[in-house]
Design a protein around this ligand. Sequence first.
Ligand SMILES: O=C(O)C(=O)C[C@]1(C(=O)O)C=C[C@@H](O)C=C1
Length: 263
Amino acid sequence: RQLEEKDNQFSLASVREFLTREEDSIVFSLIERAKYPSNFPVYDPSYLAGAAFPYHNHSLVDIFVRESEAVQARAGRYQNPEEIPFFPESLVPPLVPPYQYPKVLYPAAASVNVRDTIWKMYFDQLLPQFTSKGDDGRYALTAAADLVCLQALSRRIHYGRFVSEAKFRDAPNNYSSAIRAKDRDALMRLLTFEVQEETVKRRVEEKAKVFGQDVTVDNGTSTNESSRPQYKVDPNVVYHLYGNWVIPFTKQVEVEYLLHRLD
Ligand SMILES: O=C(O)C(=O)C[C@]1(C(=O)O)C=C[C@@H](O)C=C1
């Protein structure tokens, strides 16, 4: 019954609430990753050159994500339609009995994804922008932090499927002709709300400031009132992460979903 209620409340407003909460997870995950320097060996396949088959010639992070996903698949993570794995080919059957998740997504469109695009963006573009150069040997912790970042970004971006579903249900007639004509540009125009995008970007920038500043207890003896706050992750990087990648990728997922919405 609880599920039906939840399903009944499904709307663009509830979807946007979910996206807002995911911002916290994304910002926190970046802050955690920023604890460690770039730690190049984590990403360098030759670091594991001496490892046994099938691990040799893979990067440590690659193996870490793949095997973590398999463990999480056992625990039922990917039964949840909100979750999309990076390595679907290495998943294992869940140990847990099925949970009745609300059936919100349109089945023919539910599997659209941009996992490879997210993977590439994270390692090639984003990581160098918010980690300091260096190597402190904490490779397992680094890979674990990367996993959490990747999963948070993926959940947010792939939630575009739910956003589209809400928009389609609100106004099927507005979308149907563009879907039938496979008109990506028209779909993109229909689903874009520029004011909302600006609100999101400004809010995540603010969250990076609030969550990522050093907290001190002022005992009244502080003399350096004028010192500028230091942030663990540059709020501007988070603003541009959303502007350049998170929002555009979400919109890409939204368009792809809609293209299959009448299959
Ligand atoms: O909130 C929406 O309407 C969305 O589609 C989500 C989102 C976003 O990624 O934050 C994407 C496209 C819109 O232009 C505004 C915001």
